[in-house]
Design a protein around this ligand. Sequence first.
Ligand code: PMV
Length: 392
Amino acid sequence: MFKITQIDSSAQAIFTNPESKIVSLRKFYDMITADDFIPSPYQNTIENGQFQWSAPSNIALVKYWGKKEHQIPANPSVSFTLNHCKTITSLAFARKDSDGISFDLLFEGKPKEDFKPKIQKFFERTLSYLPFLKDYHFTIDTQNTFPHSSGIASSASGMAALAMNLMSLEKALNPEMTDDYFFQKASFLARLGSGSACRSIKGKVVVWGSHVEIEGSSDLFGIEFPTQIHSIFDNYQDTILLVDKGEKQVSSTVGHDLMHDHPFAERRFAQAHENLSKLKTILENGNLDHFIKIVESEALTLHAMMMTSLPYFILMKPNTLEIINKIWKFRNDTKIPVCFTLDAGANVHVLYPENVAVEVLKFIQDELATFCDNGQYICDSLGAGSKLIMNN
Ligand code: PMV
């Protein structure tokens, strides 16, 4: 049990535990609520126009798995933002007289009806935060830089790119908006589309979910990791081994739901807080041995949660395990700090610092590519977040 013993002048609450040791400092006031993202009446009127943004995929180091109502995460998570794997989305808008939500959806320039229900739901969910949604007809044209059937989820990058476009329009309607608000609200909106999308807006390392040691962290949106990251993580590499390029066996909606009444849920959520505390220190001090332990344990824990839920799933394939064992042997033999993480699927993300890229890529080509579907893998690295491509 924590109790507040002192509140300092900068509105920081100092929490102490029963033994009265100071355990953390955390911003206590200034908590942003969802209502803060309801806009004031628009100042401008715009008839039509177009924006285009790209937004990257991200890979979680501490995993988000389990959520509450309104896309609130059951535990905090942290991710590396990717550079090359991204979605590029343009949003054309034309003012209309009729009420209601109206849009066309194109994928690579062609109508894509089966993507529409997700966008329709997203627009309905975000209408109170973006009242202009019913004033325009939208044409959304989207494409991914990674192959469509690669097993790489495009929901994070896709929802982030759409949210950025919508915020560009809101900024055009209300130009006095600050940059902080712009990115925070973009992340808030992206979260309502797909939880982990809120980590694809801005910053190389992004925390989502309230954590007592991470100032400014929120369940409502992702924030850039707030302190200096060790230089070993500059341009950190992520080579994605495409083990299974098929559709996801379990949708994340179903997956998150499995954490309700899961026998290990509460312990898992507490563990994520602990792992994020440890990882915070590691990201600052660059200790890769410790980094590897947390990151691999998080990946296996995510899969363990799926294996121990009801119904239960095994999302790894035999080749996933072959790759993991090869990575462990290579690391043991060479002492090169390479490790793996996994999404909710069979593909393997191989993570390593840039200064060992030559050796690791040779290892991947010689020993791991054979376990990939058609020998395919994608070389990526840390990126900075979404980018504006066109503003008309
Ligand atoms: O954003 P969602 O609902 O697709 O969930 C993503 C969950 C994981 O990718 C498995 C973990 C994470 O934190 O990204």
